[in-house]
Design a protein around this ligand. Structure first.
Ligand code: HAH
Length: 361
């Protein structure tokens, strides 16, 4: 072969090796901007994202299709938006999300059938405004679940059936919601049973936050164990994954995954984001993504995905809660109007440094 050929080959290889760490031979694992997050994690788990109907056009929709294999409605399938009055369901927005998913070959996670927030007050009252009896409230719940799950049968592959029914307070097991006060814990088993009757193929999840802290972890474990022992169709536990620069610790995270997976159920991270403020840090109002916060966030994302890859046999999905740092629910929670930067894409929808760390393995 000619010297010319060698020269050309050499010149072509230089740029490819230029970014490799010193002392290492180029192996082909350089950042590749044609790949999406879902491609890097193809052999691991489905990557998902929470969306609003307004995210489904323009730049955001391109990002969603490139990087994710699953979507969740951030709000529009919750009881309030989808069932605003006793005799009226409002399907339009939820349909948009399901239709977008079908048109683009994405899976859909349904969120959520039973929750204490974003549920209209009519749910719990009779026509005269008095609290419903347990029987009447359970009948309403059955109607709600049956209507919603049946409409999306075969299109929503997994449902967060019950969201946040466990108390944060260590002295209590169940959160004292209207559901619990009127029905006792029975509403939980019934909700799973009715969802299963409406779509026997859907995977049914119990979903909650702070599920890595030992106190709440053990209560979630006990609840799901009790349901399984009673033959209730629960197929998975959703760990919301609203984390921050310090929580969860790697140990608590691994212990929680070990404990939940010992039940034989699947685990998904259903609402992942890593706040750049610590949970107790309500006074930090400078709104800035400082280099220190950026670095700590990179380290936390690194740890989280390293552990998730280790547990790929039990983790079946990882869903981010919002698309990019342009808008996150954390911009208004727990401090209204405090800008947060919790995701892998920046305010211009470009991958952050944390993104490149998460796909480097
Ligand atoms: C989640 N709760 C909800 O599951 C989700 O539906 C919502 O859009 C955002 C967060 C997390 C949460 C909360 O709402 C209130 C207190 C603590 C945690």
């Amino acid at each position: 072969m000619s010297a010319f050929f060698y020269l050309i080959t050499f010149l072509v290889l230089i740029p490819a090796t230029a970014n490799a760490a010193p002392g290492f031979i180029y192996t082909g694992s350089q950042p590749d901007s044609s790949k999406g997050l879902k491609d890097y994690y193809k052999e691991y788990f489905t990557m998902g994202v929470a969306v609003a109907p307004t995210s489904l056009s323009g730049d955001q929709s391109e990002l969603i299709i490139k990087h994710f294999g699953s979507i969740t409605a951030e709000n529009v399938m919750k009881p309030g938006p989808i069932h605003p009055e006793e005799n009226r369901y409002s399907w339009e927005n939820a349909d948009k999300i399901v239709n977008f998913a079908q048109a683009n070959g994405l899976k859909v996670r349904g969120h959520t059938l039973v929750w204490h927030q974003q549920t209209p007050s009519w749910f719990f009252k009779d026509n005269a405004g008095n609290p419903l009896t347990k029987e009447a409230l359970l009948a309403r719940l059955k109607d709600h679940i049956t209507q919603v799950v049946t409409r999306y049968k075969g299109k929503v592959y997994a449902w967060d059936v019950v969201n946040e029914a466990i108390a944060d307070d260590n002295s209590k097991v169940f959160r004292e919601t209207e559901w619990y006060k009127i029905c006792g814990e029975e509403f939980i088993a019934k909700a799973f049973q009715w969802a299963h009757e409406a779509d026997p193929d859907a995977l049914l999840f119990y979903n909650d936050y702070n599920t890595e802290f030992p106190g709440k972890r053990d209560k979630v474990y006990d609840l799901v164990k009790k349901l399984l022992d009673a033959g209730v169709p629960v197929h998975g536990i959703g760990l919301q994954g609203h984390w921050n620069l310090v929580e969860p610790s790697e140990k608590n995270f691994r212990d929680a995954l070990d404990k939940y997976s010992s039940l034989g159920v699947k685990i998904q991270i259903t609402e992942l984001d890593i706040s750049v403020y610590n949970s107790g840090d309500k006074n930090a109002t400078d709104n800035v993504f400082t280099p220190e916060r950026e670095q700590k966030q990179i380290e936390k994302y690194n740890m989280v995905f390293r552990v998730l890859r280790d547990y790929k046999n039990v983790i079946t999905g990882v869903t981010f809660w919002n698309v990019s740092d342009k808008t996150s629910w954390l911009d208004n929670f727990p401090v209204r109007g405090r800008k947060n930067y919790p995701l892998l894409f920046d305010q211009n929808l470009k991958p952050k440094k944390a993104y490149w760390e998460v796909v480097k393995f």
